[in-house]
Design a protein around this ligand. Structure first.
Ligand code: HEM
Length: 151
C-alpha cells in the first residue's frame, strides 16, 4: 500500500509540474501578446488543477502510511529534521500551493476579461509552482527523479 501510493504520488509530480508550467507559459505569452482566453487555455488550466487535487489526495493517503510521518508524536517529530519535514513542512507548503492553484483557477473562471483570466493564472499558478519547487528542494530529494523507498 505504502509503495503503491509513494510511487503514484512521486510520479504524479511530473504531470503536476508539466501542466502547471504549460499553463503558466501560455498565460504569460497570452498576456504579453494580448490574446484571447481560448478553450486550450481553459482546458490546460483545468487539467493542471485536477492533477494537483489528485496529487493532494494521494499525499493525504500517503500521510497515514509513511514511516517518515509522525503525527502521533509531534513533540519528537519537531526535534528531528527529517520527521519535521515530512510531518509538517511538506504538507503545509503543498496545501498552500494547492490553495493558490484553486484560488487562481476560480478567479480565472469568474473574471470576464481575457487579460484578467490570464493574469490570475500567471500569478497564482506561478506562485504555486515556486512553492512546490522550494518544498521539493527542501526535502533533499531530487526535483525530477524517484528516490528509493524510505530514504
Ligand atoms: C502539489 C502537491 C504535492 C506535490 C507536488 C508533492 C510532491 C512530493 C514528492 C516529489 C515527494 C517525494 C517522492 C519520492 O521521493 O519519490 C512526496 C512525498 C510525500 N508527500 Fe507529497 N506532494 C504534494 C502534496 C502533498 C500533501 C498535501 C501531502 C500530505 C498532506 C503530502 C505528503 C507526502 C508524504 C507523506 C510523502 C512521502 C514521504 C515518504 O514516506 O517518503 N504531499 N511528495
Amino acid at each position: 500500500m505504502y509503495n503503491f501510493f509513494l510511487g503514484l504520488h512521486s510520479g504524479l509530480r511530473y504531470i503536476v509540474l508539466l501542466l502547471l508550467a504549460v499553463a503558466i507559459v501560455l498565460s504569460v505569452t497570452a498576456l504579453f501578446g494580448k490574446k484571447d482566453y481560448t478553450q486550450t487555455n481553459r482546458k490546460i488550466n483545468l487539467f493542471a488543477m485536477i492533477a494537483t487535487h489528485t496529487q493532494l489526495l494521494a499525499g493525504l493517503i500517503l500521510y497515514f502510511f509513511s514511516p517518515l510521518v509522525q503525527y502521533g508524536n509531534m513533540g519528537e517529530a519537531m526535534k528531528n529534521t527529517l520527521a519535521r519535514y515530512w510531518t509538517v513542512e511538506h504538507a503545509v507548503l503543498m496545501l498552500f500551493a494547492v490553495a493558490l492553484i484553486t484560488v487562481g483557477h476560480s478567479r480565472s473562471k469568474k473574471d470576464v476579461a481575457a487579460v484578467n483570466k490570464h493574469r490570475a493564472i500567471a500569478l497564482y499558478y506561478g506562485l504555486a509552482i515556486l512553492v512546490i519547487v522550494i518544498a521539493i528542494y527542501q526535502s533533499g530529494r531530487p526535483l525530477l527523479g524517484m528516490t528509493s523507498i524510505g530514504s
